[in-house]
Design a protein around this ligand. Structure first.
Ligand code: HEC
Length: 244
């Protein structure tokens, strides 16, 4: 019995203290759990079990998704990107504003869906200054906080869409940039609605495909909306605007 005890103690001591290095962790059980290998993709480590082989690694490095894009290029992410996710090509100068007016046009179709989406943006983001009818008489204008907001159907009735987009992107005068609040698509959508406001704010009729029907171009119907709109503006919107 004594001999057995001595043997057992000897065995335990022998197993736990068989090294003289005080920093040694001793016998490790499942070392992978303490030291997980940090394997990089596309690299041949030349060791089991992670061996890839230089040939395979090189083939992997050569797939398009693992290559760096050519400097100055933009990764292509689908058709929609062509219209809505390219960097804005017009600088923040008066000359570039004029150029945008001549060269920049909307990628959107003028249809019911886009006009109505634009109206939603307009009501949420623009009426406080521009007013529900776009006459420049929103709450911030009426209470005198922001002066000189022009009416879309008067001073701005011929403003081209490129200039509108430029102003929404960079801001102009007292109107700040809306580039961080509105996506490029939303900016073009709200412009679709402003184009409606430019011609008096009357929503057009749409056909079954959502395309606007041409306004009845008879002289009487053309005159009709104009007649009530003009005096109303003279008393309301215009009076506000003439202060400057
Ligand atoms: C804080 C008030 C304010 C808000 C909010 C605002 N605007 Fe304006 N906006 C102005 C003022 C002021 C001007 C006149 C800028 C100038 O010509 O100096 C203006 C001008 C414009 C013009 C004419 C730009 C040009 O090129 O002459 C457009 C178009 C326009 N705003 C669209 C919008 C739209 C769309 C929204 C909502 C997304 C909006 N604005 C929100 C104050 C505002």
């Amino acid at each position: 019995m004594k001999i057995l005890n001595t043997l057992l103690v000897g065995l335990v001591i022998g197993l736990t203290a068989c090294t003289t290095d005080p920093n040694s962790p001793g016998v490790e059980y499942m070392p992978d759990m303490y030291r997980s290998p940090a394997i990089e993709a596309y690299v041949d480590y030349g060791q089991e079990p992670y061996e890839v082989g230089e040939e395979v690694a090189r083939a992997q490095r050569n797939t398009p998704s693992s290559r760096k894009p050519v400097p100055g290029t933009i990764p292509f992410r689908g058709e929609d990107q062509l219209a809505f996710a390219l960097p804005y090509a017009f600088g923040q100068t008066p000359e570039e504003y004029e150029r945008a007016g001549l060269e920049l046009s909307s990628p959107l179709v003028t249809n019911q869906a886009n006009i109505e989406a634009g109206e939603k943006v307009y009501v949420a983001m623009c009426t406080q200054c521009h007013g529900t009818e776009g006459k420049g008489d929103g709450a911030l204008s009426r209470n005198g906080h922001i002066a000189g907001i022009p009416s879309y159907s008067d001073k701005l009735k011929d403003l081209p869409e490129g200039k509108m987009y430029h102003t929404l992107t960079w801001g102009k005068g007292l109107m700040g940039s809306h580039a961080s609040q509105l996506s490029q698509r939303q900016r073009w959508e709200v412009i679709e609605y402003i184009k409606v406001l430019q011609v008096g704010g009357e929503m057009p009729e749409f056909d079954e495909n959502g395309m606007p029907l041409p306004a009845e171009a008879t002289p009487e119907t053309k005159e009709e909306p104009k007649a009530p709109a003009a005096p109303a503006m003279g008393m309301g919107g215009m009076a506000d605007n003439t202060e400057f």
